[in-house]
Ligand binder design. Structure first.
Ligand code: VAH
Length: 320
């Protein structure tokens, strides 16, 4: 049985759906802080659960016979800068509870997402290498960098098989991101499809590493399916697919909506974006276990517009 912690988040929703298709619904227990009564029937089996409750975590692992965990619950970069202590507690104590409970209950395999946010202003901007003594400048980045070292420590000390990817900005149509600095690249599609002018909170030339969610989910399954001996990096692997700026994304969307308008209104998130690399090198992931991403900017834009245009309007869930 697999437990997904943070199943209602941007990655969690798609990962839950994909894993249920592969393993069968009853083998994938979705969990999140949201109340069960607020969760649709299509998401069962579901547990309302706060990963900061270490006692409940242990009893869930034992009572449901959990053998694998995908620990996705975290507060993202922009929201974390507004709530630094809360971000640290959720991101750090949450991971430590999962690591500790996994050793106690003999969990076989764990996935935990890190982020390119572990790199700070001193990191190489273009093609940022896997190993980089860089100092993250957000609480989110600090918590992910510290988390990577804890993952490696638990692997070395207890043999825990925890695997991790440094995700770039993720773009998806099934669930909205909450509180991220790359969220503009999702919000822009909703504005384009709704025929509204889009107010972009980053400057036009802000290049960031990005990836379509389908490629992120596929990479997650690839690293989790790889034999343990192929996972040579036990902090977290750089992962990349493309890099683009708001103006590049805007002009790609205009291929579909010629009258679509954008306004650039940089806010506090600009400083966060400026502290990150514009692109990262993920040769190690390719060498050790990885496949090639399938979506470039044009393909992602086409898919996002097709899906959002045909889907009912996606309700914006409460900010997570
Ligand atoms: C964020 N979407 O914006 C996340 C991600 C690299 C960006 O970590 O915080």
């Amino acid at each position: 049985k697999i437990l997904i912690i943070g199943a209602c988040g941007q990655i969690g929703r798609e990962l839950t759906e994909t894993l249920r298709k592969i393993h069968g619904r009853e083998n994938i227990i979705a969990s999140d802080m949201r109340r069960a009564e607020d969760i649709g029937q299509d998401f069962q089996p579901y547990l309302q659960f706060n990963v900061l409750d270490r006692i409940q975590l242990g009893s869930i692992l034992r009572n449901y016979g959990i053998t694998q965990i995908y620990h996705l619950a975290a507060m993202l970069s922009a929201k974390g800068e507004k709530n630094p202590q809360q971000a640290w507690t959720l991101n750090m104590d949450g991971l430590l509870h999962v690591l500790d409970a996994s050793v106690e209950c003999g969990i076989k395999k764990i996935f935990w997402p890190s982020s390119i946010a572990v790199f700070g202003p001193d990191a190489q901007k273009i093609n940022c290498p896997q190993v980089n003594s860089s100092i993250p400048s957000t609480v989110y980045g600090i918590s992910k960098a510290a988390g990577e070292h804890w993952c490696q420590y638990y692997h070395q000390t207890y043999g825990l098989d925890i695997r991790s990817l440094r995700f770039p900005g993720l773009i998806s149509y099934k669930a909205l991101p909450g509180g991220g600095t790359t969220d503009y690249a999702v919000d822009i599609f909703h504005s384009a499809v709704a025929g509204e002018t889009f107010d972009c909170f980053l400057k036009a030339d802000t290049f960031l590493p990005m990836m379509f969610m389908e490629d992120a989910i596929r990479a997650t399954l690839e690293i989790m399916d790889a034999p343990a001996e192929e996972i040579r990096i036990r902090t977290s692997y750089n992962l990349s697919a493309m890099s683009f700026s708001p103006e590049q994304l805007y002009s790609e969307i205009r291929e579909h909506f010629p009258r679509f308008k954008i306004r650039y209104k940089p806010d506090a998130r600009q400083q966060i974006a400026d502290s990150w690399p514009c692109s990262v090198n993920d040769t190690r992931a390719m060498m050790d276990w990885g496949g090639i991403p399938r979506y470039d900017l044009a393909a992602m834009t086409r898919e996002m517009i097709e899906q959002l245009s045909s889907a009912k309007s996606l309700k914006r869930p409460a900010d997570q």
